[in-house]
Design a protein around this ligand. Structure first.
Ligand SMILES: [Zn+2]
Length: 78
């Protein structure tokens, strides 16, 4: 797996890899996968997910592994 990302699609800025939590909504449930390697544009903050990373996230969810932890998420109505 390479750590290289192409320049930002939107602003042409440099994209660096960060480990970030990724929120996934699945059948009205909110799941969070932590420490997902994502490209983040240093200029505009646009996030880029590599196809293989997206696949790994899908696999984690499909396998329905026991989560590392469970947190409750407050939801506000605007
Ligand atoms: Zn950008």
């Amino acid at each position: 797996m390479t750590n290289k990302y192409s320049d930002c699609f939107y602003c042409g800025g440099k994209v660096v890899e960060r480990l970030l939590p990724r929120e996934i909504r699945l059948e009205n449930k909110l799941l969070i996968v932590e420490n997902v390697p994502m490209g983040v544009c240093v200029q505009c903050g646009e996030k880029v997910l590599k196809p293989e990373v997206a696949e790994s996230i899908d696999r984690i969810i499909r396998e329905k592994k026991k989560p590392a932890k469970t947190i409750s998420v407050p939801v506000y109505s605007f």
